[in-house]
Design a protein. Sequence first.
Lengths: 187, 105
Amino acid sequence: MTKKEYLDKLAKELGSMSYNDVKDILSDIENHFEESKIAGKTEEEAAAQLGDPSELAADYKEGMTLPTILKKKEQKAAAPKAQEPTSQTVCFVLLITLFVAIPAWITLLGIVLGITFIELAVAAAALALLITCWFYGPFLASGLLFGLALLFFAVFGYAVTFFAIKYFILGTKWYIESMKKIWKNGI
Amino acid sequence: MNSQFKKGVLDLCVLTILAKGDSYGYDVADTLSGKIQMSDGTVYPILRKLASDGYVSTYLKESQNGPPRKYYHLTDLGRQKLDADKKEWDEFTKAVKGILEDEDK
């Protein structure tokens, strides 16, 4: 059998494999013929030593059984995860953090602090009014009531402040976590 | 020699040859067929499977008097497989030898 006959037969037997696989295999075997020629063998000798092309094709097919193919796919799927963050990811995280998250965070911090101080002021005013009325007032009844109302308002305000601070901290944590995730896995 | 019998240990032989140094298909085939009665072609599907399983990696290298050669290099994973398979083979052959010697008595 000549080199051409051998390769033709092998290609025909490999038929069900993908074009790229067949091309790759044929190039390996063709190179074997070239090396044999350099070693001083004729094409017939090389072909005889390579063995029956249909047996060779069967060996190749046996190697490409389902688990091998699945493993190859898994390797491909697993590969991108191990990579460093892409420049696109780095840009995304940096831009969002610098121009959206940090300004928003500072604004929210301002609002939360503002609410807290207003609450302190209201409570102080209520206490001052109550004390003043208690000691001096002919306007005792109405002043005391107004002072009590202010005090209740302050307590209600404290509840609002508490939740505002809580969700502010939770929100900050969530943002940092999600940015970490994007950094690791890409957008 | 029974061909099914041989096939199983050829992987081990190929890995052992590559553990000594990188080599190309024809060279591996030549080395093996010089020692074991087998077709030269048999090593190519083995090399291909080892490469697709990640036990060996490949690279092309120019040769002086022919086409570029595809060299095979044993990966760390391949070395681990070689160690494990060799151990298993040693235990197996020892057991078989023991059985055969018992039969002779």
